[in-house]
Design a binder for this molecule. Structure first.
Ligand code: PMP
Length: 444
């Protein structure tokens, strides 16, 4: 299989030649928070796949729901006025659960196309309001909003841009709130004020609010290294956007569905964005699905503006009945105790990781709920990053793997955690203990 993988399967992230040389690691099975590789080696999945298997592996009720839906009706399109029962029920339940007037849901296949869909919907919105000139989009440095071409342009990772002509000239960035390395210092109020000033300056540079369509932010920047904004940051940016009549999009692809505690991380700041994007935990990785949540305010404008004309947008697999059936089963698990367990385990994880703060390599410990990271440095006072050449992320990843732990190792020495919400206390403690072992081995 490793040879067949080398010969035929493309793994675009990371170097293709490097991947060929290392060979693929095949996972064979999973139950709860644990996975087994093809050799039978058992690991705790401290990263829930790719921040997605929130409900854990091998949940019988989810498998049952998918199987039954496949037997009953494997597919229904959302075109031509057609639909399916699970998609309607899931949309209604999510609309009920989502903050404020985010009452309208559009289903996609994952996060990138959810982000793409928001860009299209937002353009429709400003056209419908007679303001087609509001066509500039702003996101954050260290932000991740997908790998589709439009999404990659909003994403702030250089390797996602090179050779693609993105960011497009209508896509702009302002600096992240990255508290640990913020030029404005580590004071919450100063960071919030700096971000407000940076957004205002960018809007002015682009010709004023009448040119700017939307601002995108993740409640916690995930792929940028689990960067938690100061409390009040989301609220301040949301309010500023409202003042300027710029749509505020919360990209909750990682943070929704219990990752930080509640169903939506926005609930923690009590804010209601104009749009939310979600995916990952929505179907917990069992099948692909993403979603755009649209406020009633935005929905009514687009619907009125378009009138009877078609709003040309859609994917073959939007609102897929099997994905929707899985979404409903997973939601039952979240509401039936998993969110609660995730909150308790999240507190334990954060406490355990904070306990690693005494390790000579640990410069920063951050996170909320079951979304966390530690940032490694060689000098705590100077916050000197690990030299990437001598401690490549793959070495940290490999060491953790050998200890029976799957983590995410970011290139500049950040270790990311996003365990399934079904973790037991023992599993959380093992995640922390195995991490300490990895740090000790890294120090040697
Ligand atoms: N937005 C955010 C915040 C994400 O973290 C991701 C994926 N990590 C995406 C969008 C893209 O989602 P997908 O990979 O499902 O296309």
């Amino acid at each position: 299989l490793v040879e067949l993988d080398r010969a035929h399967l493309i793994h675009p992230v990371a170097s293709w030649r490097g991947h060929e040389a290392a060979g693929v690691r095949l996972l064979a099975s999973g139950k709860g928070a644990r996975v087994r590789d093809a050799q039978g080696h058992e690991l705790i999945d401290g990263f829930a796949g790719l921040w997605c298997v929130n409900a854990g592996y091998g949940q019988d009720s989810v498998v049952e729901a998918a199987t039954q839906q496949m037997r009953e009706l494997a597919y229904a399109t959302g075109y031509f006025g057609l639909g399916s029962e699970p998609a309607v029920r899931l949309a209604a339940r999510l609309a009920e659960a989502a903050p404020g007037d985010l009452d309208h849901v559009y289903f996609t296949l994952g996060g990138s196309d959810a982000v793409d869909s928001t860009v299209r919907f937002i353009r429709y919105y400003w056209n419908a309001r007679g303001m087609p000139g509001k066509d500039q989009f702003i996101s954050l440095e260290q932000g991740y909003h997908g790998s589709s071409t439009v999404g990659a342009g909003l994403t702030a990772i250089p390797s996602f841009h090179a050779g693609f002509g993105v960011p497009y000239d209508w896509q702009h960035k302002i600096p992240s709130h990255y508290s640990y390395r913020n030029p404005a210092g580590s004071d919450d109020a100063a960071i919030i004020e700096a971000s407000r000033a940076q957004l205002l300056a960018k809007v002015a540079e682009l010709g004023g609010p009448e040119r700017v369509a939307a601002f995108y932010a993740e409640p916690i920047q995930g792929s940028g290294g689990v960067l938690v904004p100061p409390k009040g940051w989301m609220r301040a940016m949301r309010d500023l956007c409202a003042e300027l009549d710029i749509l505020f999009v919360a990209d909750e692809v990682i943070t929704a569905f219990g990752r930080t505690g509640p169903l939506f991380a926005c609930e923690e700041e009590g804010i209601v964005p104009d749009l939310i994007t979600a995916a990952k935990g929505l179907t917990s990785g069992y099948v692909p699905m993403g979603a755009v949540f649209m406020s009633d305010r935005v929905y009514q404008v687009i619907a009125d503006g378009a009138g009877a004309a078609a709003v040309g947008h859609g994917y073959t697999y939007s609102a897929h009945p099997v994905s929707a059936a899985v979404g409903l089963a997973v939601l039952d698990l979240y509401e039936g105790g998993l969110l609660e367990n995730g909150r308790r385990m999240g507190a334990r994880l954060m406490e355990g990781l904070r306990g690693l703060g005494d390790h000579p390599l640990v410069g920063d410990v951050r996170g909320r709920g079951m979304l966390a990271a530690i940032e490694l440095v060689t000098d705590k006072a100077a916050k000197t990053p690990l030299p990437a050449a001598s401690q490549p992320a793959t070495r940290i990843f490999d060491r953790a793997w050998d200890q029976g732990l799957v983590i995410r190792a970011f290139g500049w020495g950040v270790i990311g955690y996003a365990p399934p919400l079904c973790c037991t206390e023992e599993e959380i403690d093992l995640i922390v203990a195995r991490t300490r072992k990895v740090l000790d081995l890294t120090l040697e």
